[in-house]
Design a protein around this ligand. Structure first.
Ligand SMILES: [Ca+2]
Ligand SMILES: [Ca+2]
Length: 321
């Protein structure tokens, strides 16, 4: 719900003061975790999306469902064009190549908020089998004593692990490490991402709650065709088996020998800035800029090797014996 709300927002000039909450601040402030769409961390963008729309306004089905945008608007690089999910609506992305829990954040979700404080929020969930989904543990410290209103302001420092924390062109990052360890989720082969609109209504039975059971206050009511979370794009950072990703060139990196015992060589015409070895528990060991390295100290097992050059990141699997 952006066009109408923009005008009303300017008129109402709602303010938020920085630093009320415990979490990272908005774009342009020290300590923000917002990721610009041109960040070289993104190695791919999701290429498909299906949407289950919610009602424009969950307590009044006569208004119909949200209808702005097509699910294709959520594919490709973030461009400010979006699909509106409606109250409680969902977007499901089936990844063409699985993503994995690498060092730091692993993917980022883009919305089209037009300011640092007009935010529409969504839960983010992932799955490695398409059946069991696990929700990132979210926190909202926004007051719950009064409904925010259709154009209410949210302080991003009061929001964590909810998509929509940051404004247009800036993704909200997610780290798979934040999810619980369970045999039902393979953090090295995440195949699905699901994004579910936070219903802003703070009253039962409609309210959405964070990981602590606290109600999440979000702009509402929303009697608009563009109601709810507006999904722009999902940028991927740690992608397994890069070769079949259309947006990625075939890797010119070769690791040998593979399996390796003592000395590993990396052949590439590019300058290597860093090499990281990520084991199945997510532990990272880092080597700086070298093409021949002694890996005899690595414990035997399967590793994901992340090779960073000036412009790209290449990912290959390696077996250590
Ligand atoms: Ca991670
Ligand atoms: Ca888009």
């Amino acid at each position: 719900m952006k066009q109408l709300s923009y005008i009303l927002f300017i008129v109402s000039l709602t303010h938020y003061s920085l630093g009320q909450g415990s979490f990272a601040p908005g774009v342009g402030h020290v300590g923000t975790t917002a990721m610009h769409k041109d960040s070289s961390s993104f190695v791919a963008w999701v290429s498909n999306c299906s949407v289950k729309r919610g009602y424009q306004q969950i307590n009044d089905s006569t208004l119909g469902k949200a209808s702005v945008g097509d699910s294709m608007e959520a594919t490709g690089k973030a461009d400010g064009r979006t699909v509106s999910l409606g109250d409680g609506g969902e977007a499901l992305i089936v990844l063409s190549q699985a993503i994995f829990n690498g060092p730091g954040v692993d993917f980022a979700v883009f919305e089209n908020g037009f300011s640092a404080s007009f935010l529409e929020l969504a839960f983010v969930e992932v799955s490695s089998n398409g059946v069991e989904f696990f929700r990132f543990p979210s926190t909202s410290q926004t007051q719950v004593s009064s409904q925010l209103g259709s154009f209410g302001a949210i302080d991003p420092t009061e929001i964590n692990n909810l998509a929509g924390k940051y404004q247009v062109n800036y993704g909200t990052p997610f780290d798979i490490s934040d999810l619980p360890d369970t045999s039902l989720l393979n953090k090295y082969a995440i195949s699905h991402i699901r994004i579910k609109d936070v219903v802003g209504n703070i009253m039962e039975p409609f309210s959405s709650k964070d990981q602590y059971g606290t109600v999440i206050n979000d702009p509402w009511p929303t009697p608009f065709a563009s109601s709810g979370f507006d999904l722009d794009a999902v940028g991927l950072i740690h992608v397994n088996g890069i070769n079949s990703l259309s947006s990625f060139e075939k890797s010119p990196i070769v690791l040998f020998p593979n399996p390796v015992t003592n000395e590993l060589r990396i052949t590439t015409s590019e300058n290597i800035l860093a090499v990281e070895f990520i084991d199945v528990s997510g532990k990272v060991q880092r080597y700086e800029g070298t093409k021949i390295m002694d890996v005899s100290r690595l414990k035997p097992g399967l590793y994901i090797v992340r090779v960073s050059t000036k412009n790209k990141v290449y990912v290959q699997k390696l077996v250590k014996r």
